[in-house]
Design a protein around this ligand. Structure first.
Ligand code: LLP
Length: 416
């Protein structure tokens, strides 16, 4: 375990969380290098029988330390903007391990991707295919293209993170995919190299994967029977994780599904896991500012807000909240809330937790994915620092942004 109590104090690996708080103040994100490694290796080991590339999904957490650690392990990247491509390259992830997904890539972004000769652009519409072709021809290059197809499968996850149903905006309609492949394969600026699918996030059930991968296998056979060769099969995001009482499937069980559905095709398998690589490798540490009782109800007000971690407000997501200092006294029931002027700024409702007092620290667990990456400066609150821990060491990868820097790109109109 990488986040553990020692003598009733929470540690990240061998670093006392209180020591970090003392040095840099709260709130802050803290990532465990060891956990990150372990999560990446679990996929790597499970997929060992395939020629594979794990393209970590940068949107889950684009922290330069996280990306550099993954780059060292040999990870590729799944990016959804030129910005993510930029930071992935900066972290040392080679272009030929980068896939570019997204329903609305701009021409400028496509130009960057083509110039960089990345592993694969996952195109999501006929219009995008046309644009890639034109852009590649202008550059005198060929773009490596896969179609992201929409298999029309229900991922049985939260409605806001379901992507593989035909009424979602994502991917090429299943019934139109074959024709689009035919057209694209004749375009001078395009080198068809693969097929991609992504059905949603936080999947706790392997059956939707099995269903989608089976359909992909059929599509690959249909394409190859027409002489359109598919090198890469990109299976999209990874497994769900445990936030509360969930029991996500193991990487090995996932790999079995890949083997059973796609093994015979003998292709290069790409996966784009984000949450399951970095989610439980990160926590958000915050300090209790006040506690108050309103009638029967108790509130614990902490210095992190929905701008720092929006998942509870946006998806009603559960995050376990642990006191950094365990007091071993009877718990109370309280709402744990942030300071933001929104009623949805609630991390936990009616949560059973040890009584907390002003100045106590808490850790919001499994906040490594879609935490810092979705944070904002709402209420003009500075983005919080992000720290990486390795053994006894910790390192501030991203500093707390100061007000001056927050105003750096602001300019008062000249007429004022
Ligand atoms: N590939 C594509 C094309 C994606 O759209 C996503 C996630 C992933 C890979 C990574 O999926 P993962 O392995 O992390 O499940 N903000 C939400 C999650 C949004 C996921 C969006 N796409 C949350 O906090 O739950």
């Amino acid at each position: 375990m990488c986040f553990n109590y020692k003598n009733d104090v929470l540690f990240a690996e061998d670093v006392n969380i209180k020591d970090i708080a003392q040095k840099i103040g709260t709130p802050f994100y803290c990532y465990s290098d060891k956990k990150l490694n372990g999560n990446y290796q679990a996929y790597k080991n499970a997929l060992a029988e395939f020629n594979n590339t794990i393209c970590y999904s940068v949107k889950a957490n684009p922290n330069l330390g996280v990306l550099s650690a993954l780059a060292r392990l040999g990870s590729g990247a799944d990016v959804v903007s030129a910005g993510e491509m930029y930071v992935a390259l900066k972290a040392g992830i080679p272009a030929d391990k980068i896939v570019f997904s997204g329903v609305g890539k701009t021409r400028a972004e496509l130009r960057e991707a083509i110039k960089n000769q990345i592993l694969q652009i996952n195109a999501e519409s006929a219009a995008e295919v046309e644009t890639i072709n034109r852009t590649a021809l202008e550059l005198g290059l060929k773009a490596n293209v896969a179609l992201r197809v929409n298999p029309d499968v229900d991922a049985r996850t939260h409605v806001k993170i379901t992507t593989g149903k035909k009424d979602n905006k994502f991917g090429v309609n299943w019934d139109e995919a074959l024709n689009l492949y035919r057209a694209a394969s004749k375009m001078e600026g395009i080198r068809i190299c693969g097929i991609a699918v992504h059905i949603g996030s936080q999947l706790l059930d392997l059956e939707p994967f099995r269903f989608a991968f089976t359909k992909i296998a059929q599509m690959v056979c249909a394409l190859e029977s027409e002489g359109i060769t598919i090198k890469n099969i990109d299976l999209g995001g990874g497994l769900g994780i445990n936030y509360n009482v969930e029991l996500p499937p193991t990487c090995a069980a996932y790999a079995r599904v890949v083997q059973e559905t796609l093994g015979k095709l003998n292709k290069h398998i790409i996966i784009e896991p984000g949450r399951s690589v970095v989610g439980n490798a990160g926590i958000l540490v915050s300090e209790v500012i006040y506690t108050k009782n309103m009638g029967e109800k108790k509130f614990i007000i902490i210095d992190a807000g929905m701008n720092d971690l929006i998942r509870p407000a946006m998806y009603d997501a559960w995050h376990t909240i642990m006191p950094v200092n365990k007091k071993r006294v009877a718990p109370v029931i309280a709402d744990i809330v942030g300071p933001i002027c929104e009623s949805s700024d609630v991390f936990a409702k009616d949560r059973i937790i040890e009584p907390l007092a002003q100045g106590d620290l808490v850790a919001v667990m499994s906040a490594g994915a879609y935490g810092a990456s979705m944070s904002s400066i709402y209420n003009f609150r500075p983005l919080v620092p992000e720290v990486m821990v390795r053994g006894r060491e910790f390192f501030v990868v991203r500093e707390r942004i100061n007000y001056e820097n927050m105003l750096r790109e602001h300019h008062v109109p000249s007429w004022l």
